[in-house]
Design a protein around this ligand. Sequence first.
Ligand SMILES: Cc1cc2nc3c(=O)[nH]c(=O)nc-3n(C[C@H](O)[C@H](O)[C@H](O)COP(=O)(O)OP(=O)(O)OC[C@H]3O[C@@H](n4cnc5c(N)ncnc54)[C@H](O)[C@@H]3O)c2cc1C
Ligand code: FES
Length: 385
Amino acid sequence: MRKGIWQEFDGYQDIAEEIKVSRKLGGTASAAVIAAEEYIRQLHPERLELYVSDIIEETPSTKTLRLVSKDNYLPPFLAGQYIALFLEIGGIRTSRPYSISSQPNQVGYYDITIRRVENGLVSNYLLDEVKRGDALISSGPAGNFYFNPLIHKKTTVCIAGGSGITPFMSMIRQIVECGLDRTVYLFYGSKTADDTIFGDEITRLAERFENIHYIPVIEEPAEEYDGACGFITRQVLREVLENIEDKSFFICGPQGLYDFCLPQVQDLGVPRRKIKQEMYGAPPNIQEYPGWPADIHPEDAFSVSVRNGKPIKARAGETLLSALEKNEIRLPSLCRSGECSMCRVKILSGKVYQPAGVPVRKSDRQFGYVHSCMAFPISDLEVLI
Ligand SMILES: Cc1cc2nc3c(=O)[nH]c(=O)nc-3n(C[C@H](O)[C@H](O)[C@H](O)COP(=O)(O)OP(=O)(O)OC[C@H]3O[C@@H](n4cnc5c(N)ncnc54)[C@H](O)[C@@H]3O)c2cc1C
Ligand code: FES
């Protein structure tokens, strides 16, 4: 019989021999496959055991938690990615994603920088309860909000609001520390000048490095403030950017910032495909979104049945994922912003509201699956997990 061309490859005999032995022993993979799987597990671990090595006060409402690994190994990440923390608070098991604000070239720790959200379950816990030395469990680094040299232009326009500065801080720190040939224009919207996170550090870097441009935009400025005021409008962008052709645009922050800034950037003539966005979770005032049923109030409660269990009550203004978690019904979750698909459930009967722009696969839509982190009950529901 003629030899197949692959049989000429280096190492073919060894691999064939290994497969033969592993089949004889009932195994399904060669040592090389097992080694590759181990390598992948190291790069993309499902869970990390972390310790809080330091806590840094950034503003009156924001702290950075410096996290080190229990086994001295932290998987690499790309500037812009997040880790999800898995926590149990007051009997509720939940998770929240936080972008890594430290730079990827610094491998000893991950910094996450948390801003207080009024009545927020996890942000208040992390800011008030967590101490140096505490253990935390997280996912490995995840997310698609990062600079990709194959797709993105060398000049990046970053538009941040509130805690949405964190992925850009990681990018900027990496650019200056590694001397990367990239230019950044950072537009950062804050309510007051005191609210800006990392403001002093970015100002210093912008003074020192000519490829870093910093434009803080203050909504309620003090009298003596002479920078850009109000919101990040197309005029504010146009005044600074000479053209848009050679630039990629990134937007990060609460959904309100994204809803406001996306049309401003598009009005400059930037195609949607050149704008990358990361929303920091579900919108707080969902009833203000287009298509929300006028006769439903966010406090209206609906019954949700899962499997054969006792039906639970879920508020219209709260995501299905949060309502399930509060009733001890656990789902996998990671991004909590409709991106990763981990929390998908099938709606067997009833209706949910999903804000526009949540990327649900066509087949999922066809078969009634939704991302529960971005789905709001607007009738009684029967759900398959
Ligand atoms: C990919 C990703 C990365 C993130 N990175 C960061 C980060 O680096 N730093 C950081 O501080 N946060 C970050 N967040 C937000 C974070 O995950 C939590 O949503 C936030 O800490 C609030 O959680 P909570 O449990 O305190 O509030 P919840 O108990 O979940 O919410 C309480 C109420 O506040 C509203 N709400 C929730 N989040 C916000 C918000 N951000 N602004 C205004 N209202 C809100 C809710 O709609 C609800 O009404 C990120 C979110 C995503 C999706
Ligand atoms: S947790 Fe990622 S889509 Fe819901």
